[in-house]
Ligand binder design. Structure first.
Ligand SMILES: C[S@@+](CC[C@H](N)C(=O)[O-])C[C@H]1O[C@@H](n2cnc3c(N)ncnc32)[C@H](O)[C@@H]1O
Length: 262
């Protein structure tokens, strides 16, 4: 019975993914909006971060300091409408989409402050998961992240006064980082024209040094550095471009890298 259920589940997912791929090719990607009623549980970003990382059982996760720094910075800004744009929805990471949704809820307790979240993932399973996990502040689109960012960039009118972009799609292999790094660079090129003074961009899986890695990843990175002289990571090419951008300033770099537009 269990095997049959698993088989049916796989079959349904395949059909949904097939449908979503066709819609993507027709430039009419599937989008869903969250339906969960979230209850306000926190009054500070520190409490929110504490709770998210203890929920995934990784209190000292390498993404924690950067996400805490970033949300702390967003919290101090006077925002009436903010937009979080994410590539790589809630999956085998820290559950970033839910974290951002809860941040938006926290901020909504301030007068006249609303944050929306636009997330995208190439897997329909991740996108459908958002419907049950997140609130109506979140819209999830099943699409390739470069096409998604291009559309967001082209269609966005000036309705938001602050934007934060989180790049966490294509998983990086630290021994062969180019595919993920090229993809991330294409994401940057698609979204950069939308960014204005004061906006932030955070890129995951972009260690500043081997000391930010562990186990097999550290060994693979060491081999890559010895061969190419560059620390491998998702944002390794995007960083090179941002370093030449007169309006981009790096404000944090450990496992993730955080940029602000000046
Ligand atoms: C590391 S996970 C994202 C984790 C998520 N940010 C979190 O914290 O839970 C990477 C996600 O990117 C998605 N992905 C991979 N390639 C993609 C692409 N070209 N466009 C959009 N999403 C992609 C994968 O399906 C996967 O769900």
């Amino acid at each position: 019975m269990l095997t049959m259920n698993r088989f049916m589940r796989k079959l349904v997912l395949r059909v949904l993914q097939f449908n979503s791929n066709i819609r993507r090719r027709l430039s009419r990607p599937v989008s869903v909006v969250g339906t969960r009623e979230l209850q306000a549980q926190f009054v500070t970003v520190t409490q929110l971060i504490e709770s998210r990382f203890s929920a995934i059982g990784e209190e000292s996760h390498p993404c924690r300091p950067s996400l805490e720094l970033l949300l702390g910075k967003l919290e101090t800004r006077e925002v009436s409408r903010g937009l979080i744009i994410e590539t790589g929805s809630f999956a085998w990471g820290v559950g970033s989409t839910l974290l951002f949704d809860k941040f938006a809820l926290l901020q909504s307790q301030r007068e006249n402050c609303r944050w929306d979240i636009a997330t995208c993932d190439i897997r329909i399973e991740a996108v459908n998961g958002i419907e049950k996990t997140c609130s109506s502040r979140v819209t999830a689109t099943c699409d390739d992240s470069v096409a998604f960012l291009q559309r967001v960039s082209d269609n966005s009118r000036d309705e938001y006064d602050l934007r934060f972009v989180y790049l966490d799609s294509f998983d990086v292999d630290f021994g062969n980082p180019e595919p993920a790094a090229v993809h991330c660079l294409r994401e940057l090129i698609a979204i950069r024209p939308l960014l204005r003074r004061g906006d932030y961009m955070l890129i995951d899986d972009t260690p500043i040094a081997i000391s930010n890695l562990w186990g097999e990843s550290a060994l693979a990175a060491k081999r890559y550095i010895d061969a190419h002289g560059l620390t491998p990571g998702k944002g390794m090419y995007a960083n090179l471009v941002l370093e030449c951008d007169p309006h981009a300033r790096k404000i944090y770099h450990e496992y993730q890298v955080l940029w602000v537009i000046d």
